[in-house]
Ligand binder design. Structure first.
Ligand SMILES: Nc1ncnc2c1ncn2[C@@H]1O[C@H](COP(=O)(O)OP(=O)(O)OP(=O)(O)O)[C@@H](O)[C@H]1O
Ligand SMILES: [Mg+2]
Length: 229
């Protein structure tokens, strides 16, 4: 039975933010929601006009393990407190465009924690740092970068990117990362999630990555819950 995961602190809002497009915001929002839904009552809110989560949710038909609110204006976030008794965690997917800074400001202001996915491409670093410096750090909200689409076949890639984040850029990051998997790339069109996909050799890496991320997020939000999985 889902517990009141967030505990004494009540419902927690986690947003997934990066103004650079295609870094994995929608993937992280949906898959993390699935992982956390194993223990917690989760709502996904999509404030991206592109509405990728809606498409994913439609492809999942009735198999979504969490509640879902597509087509939401960012102003909905300031009204979410009335859902405090309904949900433990709200995960917000955001747009990847530079055109609408107001949406990001509202979302980050409402968040307890911000996840910044980053794929290992040199051209992604600058816009990602700009997002952090302009929208996240000035608001004092806790955040961490999540390395995504790490290629397990490229030796030293993960280590090099961890070092870049830790030493050169000095930004907090998750220990967990998401590796590049076909199961992740196929998930939106199949409407699959790490909790609903068949566990086999081609899916287990993706399932493990997201499960580990879920654990780390839970620890970040409520250290007392450490080991509660
Ligand atoms: N770990 C992964 N392995 C394989 N494919 C991935 C992975 N993460 C994301 N993708 C794929 O990369 C593409 C971009 O990911 P996604 O849509 O999650 O990014 P986004 O940040 O939400 O993009 P946008 O800024 O357009 O909203 C998608 O086709 C997605 O399926
Ligand atoms: Mg998206």
């Amino acid at each position: 039975m889902p517990s009141n995961a967030a505990g004494a602190g009540g419902m927690k809002i986690i947003s997934v933010v990066n103004q650079k497009g295609g870094m994995g915001k929608t993937t992280v929002a949906m898959q993390l929601a699935a992982a956390l839904s194993r223990r917690h009552r989760v709502l996904v809110v999509d404030v991206d006009p592109q509405q990728s989560t809606v498409w994913w949710a439609e492809n999942a038909e009735r198999h979504l393990p969490f509640d879902f609110a597509g087509s939401q204006h960012s102003s909905v976030l300031s009204r979410l407190s009335y859902l405090d008794r309904e949900y433990d965690v709200v995960i917000v997917d955001t747009p990847g465009s530079l055109e609408d800074p107001h949406t990001l400001e509202v979302v980050v202001d409402a968040s307890d924690f911000v996840i910044v996915p980053l794929t290992p491409e040199p051209l992604a670093v600058e816009p990602t740092m700009r997002t952090i410096q302009r929208f996240i750090e000035p608001r004092g909200v806790r955040f961490a970068v999540l390395l995504n689409r790490i290629d397990p076949r490229i030796q030293g890639q993960l280590e090099a990117w961890k070092e870049l984040l830790d030493v050169t850029l000095g930004v907090p990051r998750f220990d967990a990362c998401l590796r590049q998997y076909k199961a992740q790339a196929d998930a939106p069109v199949l409407g699959s999630l790490v909790t609903t996909v068949r566990d086999n050799r081609s899916t287990q890496g993706a399932i493990w990555d997201v499960t580990r991320l879920g654990l780390e997020v839970t620890e970040q939000l409520n250290p007392q819950l450490q080991g509660a999985w």
